[in-house]
Design a protein around this ligand. Structure first.
Ligand code: SF4
Length: 370
C-alpha cells in the first residue's frame, strides 16, 4: 500500500542551512528532528544507513542540474535531458536500477534551486533553436517527494514561460495535488509508469495501484496536462499477454487518446550485480528467475525473440485502440524496432525528432512531418 514518504530524521548540509527552499521544506516537517552535517560525501565516507531509519538529507547540487540522458551504447537513444533535483526513491521497486547504481542510500533533495534557474535559463536562451524534453525522474520518482518539496509548483511556472522546452514529470504515485493548482494548457507532461496489477503487487509493492494511477492520469488530463505512459520495464511472466492487454485497454478507457503524447516500451534489463541485490532485498520477486542474456551494453536482457514478441504485441494492442499515438522503444537496436513495428519507423526521421514532433502536435496542433 502506498504511503507518501515522511522522514524520521532530517540532516542538512551546513551550506544550505539558510537557503530559502531548505526553510520551506523544514516548515512542512516541524516535528522531525534536524541535524546539521558537513557535506553528504563526508557522511557517506563515515557511515552507512544500516538502521533502516527514514532519513532525508537536504543538500547542495554540486554539479550541473541538467544533464543529457546517459543512453546506452549501441542502442537507439531519444536525446532526453534530466534535471537532477533529488536522489533515491522510497517506492523500492524490485527491479529499480538505483539499487546498484547509487552509492548514496539516503533520500536526498537538492535545495539550491536559486542556482538551477539561471543555469536552465541560460541554456534555453543560448540554444533557442533547439527543443529540450526534460524530465526529473532519472534518480528518483518525479513526484514521490512533492508533498514535502512542492518542486512541481516551482518548475511548472518556469517551463510555462519557455517555448523551447517541455517538462515531463514521470511517476508511479498519485501525488498530483500541487499540479492541480495550474492550468498548463498542454505545456507540461505528466506520465505514469504502468504494469499489470499482478506485477505491481509483486514487484512495485509500495506504489499505488493501477486503478489509482489511471485515476490520477485522468484528473491531470482534465486539468490540461499532456499525458505519457511508460511500460518500462515490461516484465515477461506467465499470463503477460492478458495482463498487458488489459492495461492498454484501461489506459484508453480512462483518458482520451488525444491527451496522450507518447507511450514508451522498454523490456526488463539490469546490470549483472542486480541479480544478487534483488534476491537479497526482494525475495518474493520473480524477475531474477527468468533466463536473461547479456546485451551489447553488458546489461542482462530477455532473449531477443521474447523482447520482439512483447513489443509486437504491445504495438498491436495500442494501435487497436488508437493508431495516432506515438509509440517508441527505449534502448533497443534498429533490428528490434523493425520487428516490433513491422517496418523501420526511424527511416524518415530519428527518434529525437519524432518525439519533438509528438510534443508539437499535441501542444501546438502542428501537423507531424514524420
Ligand atoms: S518508482 Fe522508479 S525510481 Fe522509484 S523505486 Fe520504482 S523504479 Fe526506482
Amino acid at each position: 500500500m502506498y504511503k507518501p514518504f515522511t522522514p524520521e530524521k532530517i540532516w542538512i548540509e551546513k551550506r544550505v542551512l539558510r537557503n530559502e527552499t531548505t526553510r520551506e521544506i523544514l516548515s512542512r516537517l516541524p516535528e522531525v528532528p534536524v541535524k546539521e552535517i558537513g557535506t553528504i560525501n563526508e557522511v557517506l565516507a563515515r557511515e552507512i544507513n544500516a538502521s533502516g531509519e527514514k532519513i532525508l538529507i537536504l543538500a547542495k547540487q554540486e554539479g550541473e542540474f541538467l544533464k543529457p540522458c546517459p543512453g546506452t551504447r549501441n542502442y537507439i537513444c531519444c536525446n532526453y535531458f534530466f534535471l537532477n533535483l533529488a536522489t533515491n526513491c522510497d517506492i523500492n521497486c524490485s527491479y529499480c536500477i538505483l539499487q546498484s547504481y547509487l552509492n548514496n542510500p539516503y533520500m536526498t533533495v537538492y535545495t539550491n534551486l536559486d542556482e538551477m534557474y539561471p543555469e536552465l535559463d541560460k541554456l534555453l536562451k543560448k540554444n533557442a533553436n533547439r527543443f529540450y524534453r526534460i524530465g526529473t525522474g532519472e534518480l528518483t520518482d518525479s513526484l514521490t517527494l512533492d508533498h514535502l518539496t512542492r518542486y512541481s509548483k516551482k518548475l511548472i511556472p518556469f517551463f510555462l514561460k519557455h517555448n523551447n522546452a517541455i517538462l515531463e514529470l514521470k511517476t508511479k504515485t498519485t501525488q498530483i495535488d500541487n499540479l492541480l493548482d495550474f492550468s498548463p494548457q498542454n505545456r507540461v507532461i505528466v506520465s505514469w509508469s504502468l504494469n499489470p496489477q499482478e506485477v505491481i503487487d509483486r514487484e512495485e509493492k509500495k506504489s499505488p495501484s493501477l486503478r489509482q494511477r489511471l485515476a490520477a492520469a485522468k484528473q491531470c488530463g482534465e486539468a490540461g496536462y499532456l499525458l505519457g505512459f511508460h511500460f518500462d520495464p515490461l516484465i515477461h511472466y506467465a499470463g503477460w499477454e492478458n495482463g498487458y492487454r488489459d492495461v492498454v485497454r484501461r489506459i484508453f478507457a480512462a483518458v482520451p487518446a488525444d491527451r496522450i503524447v507518447w507511450i514508451s516500451l522498454g523490456a526488463l534489463r539490469y546490470s549483472a550485480d542486480m541479480d544478487r541485490i534483488v534476491r537479497k532485498r526482494h525475495p518474493e520477486s520473480t524477475i531474477v528467475l527468468g533466463e536473461m542474456f547479456s546485451g551489447k551494453d553488458g546489461k542482462l536482457r530477455y532473449f531477443r525473440p521474447i523482447r520482439e514478441r512483447m513489443f509486437q504485441r504491445m504495438v498491436q494492442w495500442i494501435r487497436q485502440e488508437d493508431n495516432q499515438v506515438r509509440v517508441y522503444l527505449c534502448m533497443e537496436s534498429p533490428e528490434v524496432w523493425r520487428k516490433a513495428f513491422g517496418e523501420q519507423p526511424l527511416v524518415q526521421c530519428g527518434l529525437p525528432q519524432q518525439l519533438d514532433q509528438a510534443v508539437f502536435q499535441r501542444r501546438d496542433g502542428a501537423e507531424p512531418v514524420c
